[in-house]
Design a protein around this ligand. Structure first.
Ligand code: PLP
Length: 376
């Protein structure tokens, strides 16, 4: 894939122009990727917090290849190899009771909304300003950003949005007809917005007062990203349902929801052709094995980033890091890419770093040097 390829022209002619992009990544190993010109980068985007174990981790590659030789797909009409084993792992690391699989984060959230509706018999939802929960019709209805939601209304799902961190407003918004409150323990797409102390405990209390379910959307923050398996584990509460995707299977598409005792889909209430397939489950189990080995190192790596980037007041949630850079975000991002470091601009001019959890100290130091220079 040297310069000879004409992927830009092909893309312009045949792919709907929903994304803005300018380069092709053709290879990855650990925290490094290479573009179609052979230029090397330290990847602090990691597929948007997806490539948790780094690119092409040998254990993940082996798990996928081995499974591909045995069975690629069989459907949920049959017991699926590795599926129950993975569900057991997710239950153990979450402190919840039973899992249901999906193929993406949005679908995991759709599943959680359905589960909340069918088990509470209630219709309404509450979520938070600047929150992001996905692009399907269901998950979009609980996603705040008007620019991506309003063109698709009506979405047929009643949701009110409350300022993130504002428990007073939450109390007013939730009543005995609210099925669930959907909350990100750290708002990722918003630019790594940290909850004020006691916020998740407060959400739990408001939910308990009204028999409302608390759904933690850990699609971005889960699977070790913040230094614990789930970001709610930094607080004193457990949600009724947690949704997971991005980092769960190192880039093999997968999502899941895990719910507490008594909250489960009954026969035929929900389903999916691909969800929890053999390849995805094999990739996820291998991914969890790798994360188990590096989990305790994440707070240390996070602290290295925090110190190195301290002059920019970084918001650090483990290896999910945001900095307010305003209008300069895109030029800073491009400047970093020029120096061989990939970073991302989240909403509202917030520079975001979400490197693989296996990133080395040497790589972290290089990222710090490049980002500091680019911000100036
Ligand atoms: C990315 C993300 C989603 C959507 O996940 P998809 O796999 O893109 O559907 C939902 N919630 C949060 C918090 C996310 O970061």
């Amino acid at each position: 894939m040297k310069n000879s390829s004409n992927f830009r022209e092909l893309d312009a002619q045949y792919v709907m122009p929903a994304f803005t992009r300018d380069m092709m990544i053709t290879r990855g190993s650990g925290s490094l990727v290479w573009d179609s010109d052979g230029k090397e980068y330290i990847d602090c985007v990691a597929g948007i917090a997806v490539c948790s174990t780094g690119h092409c981790h040998p254990a993940v590659v082996k798990a996928i290849c081995d499974q591909a030789h045995d069975l690629i797909h069989c459907s949920n009409l049959y017991y699926v190899p590795h599926q129950a084993e993975l569900a057991k792992k997710l239950v153990e690391i979450s402190g919840l009771e039973k899992a249901f699989f999906s193929n993406s984060g949005a679908e995991a959230n759709d599943g959680a909304l359905k589960l909340a509706r069918v088990r509470t018999g209630r219709k309404k939802f509450v979520s938070f300003v600047h929150g992001f929960h996905g692009r399907t019709i269901g998950s979009l209805a609980v996603t705040h950003k008007p620019a991506i939601r309003e063109p698709f209304e009506p979405l047929g799902l009643e949701c009110s949005f409350v300022e993130y961190g504002d428990l007073g407003s939450l109390k007013k918004a939730v009543d005995d007809t609210t099925a669930a409150v959907l909350v990100e323990p750290v708002q990722g797409e918003a630019g790594v917005i940290l909850p004020p102390p006691g916020f998740l405990e407060g959400v739990r209390e408001v939910c308990d007062d009204h028999g409302t379910l608390m759904i933690a959307d850990e699609v971005q923050t889960g699977m070790g990203r913040t230094g614990k398996w789930f970001a709610y584990q930094h607080s004193h509460v457990t949600p009724d349902i947690v949704t997971i995707a991005k980092g769960i299977a190192s880039g093999f598409p997968m999502g899941a929801l895990v719910a507490r005792q008594g909250l489960e889909f009954q026969k035929s209430e929900h389903g999916s052709t691909f969800a929890g397939g053999p390849l995805a489950c094999a990739a996820a189990l291998a991914t969890i094995g790798v994360i188990e080995e590096v989990l305790s190192s994440i707070p240390v790596k996070a602290e290295r980033f925090r110190k190195g980037l301290s002059r920019h007041n970084p918001r650090v949630a483990g290896l999910l890091i945001g900095m307010t850079t305003g209008d300069r975000c895109v030029s800073i991002r491009d400047n970093c890419a020029g120096q061989g470091v990939l970073v991302n601009c989240a909403a509202d001019g917030n520079l975001r770093l979400m490197p693989p959890l296996v990133i080395s100290d040497r790589e972290i130091d290089r990222v710090i040097e490049v980002v500091n220079e680019a911000i100036g």
